[in-house]
Design a protein around this ligand. Structure first.
Ligand code: NAP
Length: 301
């Protein structure tokens, strides 16, 4: 049989030399009391997942406003200092409500410093521009990011929700390679597969981080005809390998030759543990394309 999925559990993040797990865990929905939150962080690490994804804007609707998810993790690090060294920690900046986006040198520099303070850490392993700011020249962004790397505040640079042209422009002014790109990518969102984003990532050797890999939860409650067809196709693969529909979805993403890293968004310990079943699924061209075609909603030419 034509097995196309051979995902290693650990791999290098682009050209950065940083070793990460091939499943990541996201903190967009990370909130609540520090005790249970710390238990969840330990559970993630026990699952062999060392790649943690947060952002300064996560939790901005919470009680303290902007920065809540980072502050919560910072409180956990303060009570268990050994935890920080066990993870590869990524954060993002550049979205500041109510202004949509700001990537000016002054804003980004202050945003990185503020994240470090909230997290109580000296450095971030990876720091992303969260969304592209149309009004900042990429040369200014590149200088800011290069300076942050030089200063030891960030080890590697990432971009999220950027077009291929925006990534090319930024890279042309940077002294170091962009290590990671983070598009929305899932069986419910095929855009990056078809619009060149994943091809560019392979060409430039950038790691791809897939945000909302389960469609932000749509996987459990498909509404549209296409979402229903996609989940039905996922169920076929899941049943064949005795794994959950979610594990089949993660593994479908990971089977793309750019080897995207799904960012698990679940805050439920059992669901996080079950994600490792993704490594059990063996895709053939037929079974992988079944899901692609179901999600596209029309046959391939
Ligand atoms: P997701 O995995 O697509 O969705 C997670 C949500 O689906 C959770 O609310 C989860 O609930 C729910 N869910 C329903 N059924 C599930 C099942 N069977 N298994 C697992 N979860 C199920 O991911 P996401 O939270 O939308 O995004 C993941 C991460 O991507 C975020 O944490 C963040 O780090 C990143 N992100 C980045 C951007 C960006 O612009 N760069 C944007 C959005 C997100 P439970 O918690 O109850 O399991």
């Amino acid at each position: 049989m034509d097995n196309i999925s051979q995902t290693a559990k650990y791999r290098t993040l682009g050209k950065s030399g940083i070793e990460v797990s091939s499943l990541a865990w996201g903190m967009w929905r990370f909130a609540g009391d520090a005790g249970p939150a710390a238990t969840l962080v330990r559970t993630v690490l026990e699952c062999g997942i060392n790649f943690f994804d947060t952002a300064d804007i996560y939790g901005f609707k919470g009680p303290d406003g902007f920065g809540d998810a980072e502050s919560l993790l910072g409180r956990i690090f303060a009570s268990e200092p050994g935890l920080r060294q066990k993870m590869i920690l990524a954060s993002k900046g550049g979205i500041m409500p109510p202004l949509p986006y700001d990537s000016s040198a002054a804003y980004l520099t202050a945003a990185i410093d503020a994240s470090l303070v909230r997290l109580g850490t000296d450095y971030l392993d990876l720091w992303y521009i969260h969304r592209p700011d149309i009004l900042t020249h990429p040369q200014e962004i590149a200088r800011t990011l290069d300076d942050a790397v030089q200063a030891g505040k960030i080890r590697a640079i990432g971009v999220s929700n950027h077009t291929t042209a925006q990534i090319n422009a930024l890279q042309s002014f940077l002294n170091v390679p962009i290590a990671a790109t983070q598009p929305e990518l899932s069986p419910f969102r095929l855009g990056p597969i078809e619009n060149g984003e994943l091809d560019q990532a392979m060409q430039m050797d950038m790691a791809v981080l897939a945000w909302s890999p389960l469609g932000g939860g749509r996987i459990s409650d498909p509404q549209s005809a296409r979402d229903k067809a996609t989940t039905a196709a996922l169920d076929q693969a899941a049943q064949a390998h005795n794994v959950s529909r979610a594990a089949a979805a993660y593994s479908w993403i990971m089977a793309h030759p750019s080897r995207p890293i799904p960012i698990i968004g679940s805050q439920n310990a059992a669901r996080i543990k079950e994600a490792a079943d993704a490594y059990k699924v063996q895709w053939t061209r037929d079974s992988w394309y079944d899901i692609f075609v179901a999600s596209r909603g029309e046959p391939l030419p």
